[in-house]
Design a protein around this ligand. Structure first.
Ligand code: C5P
Length: 220
């Protein structure tokens, strides 16, 4: 009998974009589909883990036996994740969280009303959810993602240090938003290793194997 790789482990995952409201009908968001995070949730659950998935606005079915919490904004994602973090051994942040939100949400739809001057918005910074979780006294093993258009390794290294997390997973190659396949590179303090191009579920399974190894080593 071979016990499952993540039997008895608890994983918390963020996925998808966030939506930062400007007024009741408009907002700032991005093209994250949530597919990578949902694939990791599925692969971890299949490997025996108890999985909590905090999802921004996406159009994806909940993987089987995964507990899902839906949120809209970065602040809501932060407020949902922080109290859950201490109950999990691993935190995987795949969400494409908006860095900025409108400083004020207009209670009513902003109207043109014949005005010739375009409205301007003041923006304010959103909390960094991954950095906040990594700074908790009982922090889970934290994994960040990096989607960059250039200098990926350099940015991934910089994220490791800035967010104080042990592992950053980089998306190599052209924009992967919404696509089914991807190429990942694992970046940690010791160096980097590529996971060859595959569909997101295969990559998620490879990442789950990697996490199981790292949890084993950190427990030794
Ligand atoms: O450099 P950047 O802040 O975009 O780093 C991306 C990583 O940090 C991803 O894992 C993303 O989910 C996480 N992140 C977060 N909260 C933010 C911004 C990014 O958790 N406000």
């Amino acid at each position: 009998f071979q016990p499952k790789l993540l039997a008895g482990r608890r994983l918390l995952i963020t996925a998808g974009p966030t939506f930062e409201a400007i007024d009741p009908v408009r907002g700032i968001t991005n093209h994250s589909s949530g597919k990578m995070g949902f694939a990791i949730a599925r692969a971890a659950q299949e490997a025996g883990a108890e999985v909590t998935l905090v999802a921004g606005p996406v159009h994806l079915p909940t993987p089987r036996h995964v507990r899902r919490v839906d949120v809209q904004s970065a602040q809501q994602m932060h407020d949902a994740v922080l109290p859950l973090a201490a109950q999990h051994e691993v935190f995987v942040a795949t969400a494409a969280v908006a860095d900025w939100r409108p400083a004020q949400m207009n209670a009513h739809k902003i109207k043109k009303d014949g005005k010739k001057v375009a409205p301007t918005f003041e923006l304010t910074e959103n909390p960094d959810i991954l950095a906040a979780v990594a700074a908790l006294p009982q922090a889970p093993y934290c994994v960040g993602f990096a989607a960059e258009s250039e200098h990926l390794l350099q940015h991934a290294r910089e994220k490791l240090l800035r967010k104080k997390v042990p592992l950053i997973v980089g998306n190599l190659g052209p924009a992967t938003f919404g696509r089914d396949d991807n190429t990942l590179v694992l970046v940690d303090a010791d160096g980097h290793r590529e996971l060859p191009t595959a569909d997101k579920l295969s990559l998620a399974r490879a990442l789950v194997r990697e996490l199981a190894e790292r949890l084993k080593t950190s427990a030794e």
